[in-house]
Every structure is written in C-alpha cells, then in structure tokens.
Ligand binder design. Structure first.
Ligand SMILES: Cc1ncc(COP(=O)(O)O)c(C=O)c1O
Length: 462
C-alpha cells in the first residue's frame, strides 16, 4: 500500500491560480496519466439490463474516470447520475465544467458547443413560447440577432432596457410573463460595463434569475455571482480556451436562485420546479442546488443537441490553466494601448471603461479595479473611410471577427456584426461608421502600438 498522501479531490478554499490548474482534474491511478485524456466515446457501457434501465431513469450513479464531483448530486441517492450518452455529458468535458464552476464560484457548469448555444440553452431552460425576457441594450450583436430572429420565431419576446440605471425603465419592461433578465458584464464591442449589483437588485425584487454573459470579463476579472447574478454564460471560444482554435460555450448555475419562492410568487419555471409526469420528482427535488444546471443538461441540451466535442472540451480545460496569467497580460497591454490611442490626433474617442477619462471609470474601479478586459472600441476620424484606411493599414492586428485570442484582432462592427441593424438602432447603440473593435492579444504592447501607428498614419494621409 502506498504511503503517499491522498491526492486532493476538493479544491474549495484554494486560490484562483491553483484552482484554474487543478479543479476538476484527476490523476488516473490505472494509467498514470496526469493530464486528463480526451474521452472520445459517444456512449457508455451498461453493466447489465437493470443498469441500463436505471441509467435511463437517472437512478444509477457515476463511478467513472473523474474522482471528483460535478456537484449534480441526486438528493435521493447521494451520488452523481451515471452517464448514458455523450450528448448529455462526457468525462473530458466534465473536467472543464468543474473547473469553470470553481473559477466562477458557481454550483455546476454545463459545457455546450458554442457561446450562442450557451445563451440559447440557458434561456430555453427558463422561457418558452409566450414568455418574455428583458435584456440590457448593449450586448454582442450576434445575441441581439439571436433574440430578434430565432427567439422571436419560437415565441419568446425580448425587450431592451437602454438605461440600466433607470429603475422606472426596468419596471416598465418587466411583465408577469418575464422569465429572466439578461446582460453582459463587459459588453462587446463598446466596453460599456454594467452595474451588475444594481441589475441584480431589480431581478431579485421581481423574483427573476439574472443571466450574465461573462465572455469578455472572464472569472479572472469579474465573478458575476459575487455581484448577485444567478446564471453565467460563456463563449468559451474566447479567453477561456484562449488560443482561437476551438468554438465552445458553457452555462454556469450559481446555485443561488430560490426557484421554489419564485414559483410561489407566480414566476413559474416548469423545467426546474415541476415533475415531468406524476409520480416523478422535479429537478429541484432531485438536485437541489444544481437543479437548474440539470434542467439545462437533461431537458435542453439533450433534446436540442448542442453538446461540446470532447476534443474542444480538452482544449478548454487546458486553456483555463493559464487564464489569469493571460488576462493579466491582455489587460496590461489594453490599458497602455487605450491610453496611448486616446492621445493620438487621428482618434476621436476610445471606449475603455478602465481609462480615467471614461464616464464609467468609477464603476470600473469599484468592480474591476479598472481592469475592464481587452475588447474595446476606438473611433477614428473620417467616418467609414477613416475606418477603412485604419483597418487596411494594420499589419500585426488580424482583420477578422473574433475576440479573446492570443493574437490581436480588429473588426469594423458597422459593416459586420451590426450590418443587419437599422441605421437608427446602430446610432442608438453607438455603433458609428468610424468605430473599430480591437481585441488586444498577447503580443508585445510596443509592437502593437507601432502597428496601430501605421494604421493611424493612413488615416492622417487621407
Ligand atoms: C459576448 C459574446 N457572447 C457570445 C458570443 C457567441 O459565441 P460563439 O461565437 O462561441 O458562439 C460572442 C462571440 O463573439 C460574444 O462576444
């Protein structure tokens, strides 16, 4: 028998930097593998006939590769439900899920195939035909398109609040059939950060779960659950996986929303609180704190099918190992570049809440220590033609859609992510023809500034 101490299975209480390397991981005592392998298996073998029956009924428990718990513990058996098929879950993805749940300070995470799948799955578990969602207006263009097109076709209406500080606007927007409040911590593309605490108060007052897209922030910069959010969604394609190689997403259940009290107050969430048929238990009765995540996994992802490839799940859990280090560098360079850009004669304005000149600076200091990520807007002189000159003059920044890569990237929102919106809407959103979105990567800030100078020289030469 080994005299060595048992490996650590519970990472609670360890610092962020330790958890980002270890949470969810395990040592495989049989193979000696230290890095959890890619479990490329679509399904899982049943022990026998009765085990198959039990697994489909969710009555068999999991003693698979992961030595740690995903937190989806069945209140009746005290154990994890055993896996059935990789559309519902996979050991590689479980590592990423557990790591992300730990970093966000949530109860359970569910990995899905993209950020769009995360937003859809998170909200489909709350709202159906005839229901309603209230969102802040400044959100990623793709999410606005998702709400206006697919959600509308499925009978879920989304209304926007333009001034999140205005309580009266929230009160006017929220209806009896509203099922969630939705926002982004650091909105893409304009870095116009939201006061999550304030929105969380509105949500709590109306017994509504607050869903926050934390893609641009990441848990290294802000953990929305600490500010009152109930559900966090991510495009893991970006900073979490970190290298621009794999599309993915995740939904994190904070485990802090009182579903039963909401139901009593007239806000019903049937997938969480109601039994699927008489005689069966509801997700809430069965999974308690992880009930919502279980509803996302079993009742939405399993039905619709946006599960994450284990290959991408591997890249995700490996990417998260260096998250805080990368975010430090992303932010340090962005702060320098934003301050430099602001001084350039060819620049009209810079939207970076971490800048002392930003009207959002006080909030940025309070909630982000002025570290508001590395995705922000810069408006150059000369409108669309100025933007064109700048865009075409860059050599190190990649001209492409995407954020949160190791590489720096530039995009012209008005002609891309926001091209399908009416000019009046774009004007209201502040998406002007001269605005460019930068995503600052991990290259040397000096080299990036030299490249931006080259782009601005073309603006000056017009
Ligand atoms: C804030 C935000 N949320 C969600 C998404 C969608 O993510 P994905 O491209 O992984 O579907 C993006 C993509 O840019 C994003 O920036």
């Amino acid at each position: 028998m080994s005299r060595a101490a048992e490996p650590i299975a519970d990472w609670e209480g360890f610092d962020f930097e330790t958890r980002q390397v270890h949470a969810g991981s395990y040592e495989d005592r049989n193979s000696g593998l230290r890095v959890p392998p890619i479990a490329l298996s679509a399904g899982y073998v049943f022990d026998d006939f009765d085990d198959g029956v039990a697994r489909f009924a969710g009555r068999s428990h999991w003693e698979g590769a992961a030595s740690t718990s995903r937190g989806e513990v069945d209140a009746f058996t005290g154990s994890e439900p055993a896996p059935v098929y990789s559309r519902q879950g996979n050991p590689t993805n479980n590592v990423a899920e557990e790591r992300l749940a730990s970093l966000e300070g949530g109860a359970v995470a569910v990995a899905v195939s993209s950020g769009q799948a995360a937003i859809s799955s998170a909200l489909f578990a709350l709202a159906g035909h005839g229901d309603h969602i209230v969102s802040t207006a400044s959100i990623y263009g793709g999410t606005r398109i998702l709400f206006g097109r697919s959600f509308a076709r499925f009978g879920i209406e989304v209304d926007y609040v333009w001034d999140a500080e205005d309580d009266a606007e929230w009160e006017r927007a929220i209806r009896p059939e509203t099922k969630a409040i939705y926002t982004e911590s650091i909105p893409n593309p304009r870095n116009d950060i939201t006061d999550l605490r304030r929105i969380a108060e509105v949500a709590a007052r109306h017994r509504l779960p607050l869903v926050v897209d934390n893609t641009v922030g990441t848990p290294a910069l802000i953990r929305p659950f600490e500010h009152g959010a109930n559900i966090v969604v991510h495009s893991t394609t970006k900073f979490l996986t970190g290298h621009g190689a794999a599309v993915g997403g995740a939904v994190v259940d904070g485990g802090n929303f009182d579903w039963a009290a909401a139901e009593t107050a007239g806000r019903s969430f049937p997938l969480v609180t109601r039994a699927p048929r008489p005689g069966l238990a509801s997700m809430l009765d069965r999974y308690g704190r992880g009930a919502y995540a279980r509803a996302v996994r079993e009742s939405v992802v399993n039905d619709i099918g946006p599960s994450l490839s284990p290959f991408n799940g591997f890249l995700l859990h490996q990417g998260m190992e260096t998250l805080s280090l990368r975010m430090d560098r992303h932010v340090e360079s962005s702060q320098r570049i934003a301050a430099w850009l602001e001084e350039q004669p060819e620049v009209e304005s810079v939207d970076y809440a971490g800048l002392p000149s930003s009207p959002l600076h006080a909030l940025a200091q309070r909630d982000y220590a002025a570290r508001t990520g590395s995705v922000f807007g810069v408006t150059v002189r000369g409108g669309r033609e100025g933007a064109r000159a700048f865009f075409d003059g860059l050599r190190l920044f990649s001209r492409m859609t995407g954020i949160g890569d190791t590489r720096s990237m530039v995009l012209h929102p008005a002609s891309s992510t926001h091209a399908s919106f009416a000019p009046e809407l774009n004007e209201r959103l502040g998406i002007t023809e001269g605005l460019l979105r930068l995503s600052v990567g991990l290259e040397s800030a000096d080299d990036l500034i030299a490249d931006l100078r080259g782009g601005l020289d073309r603006v000056a030469a017009r």
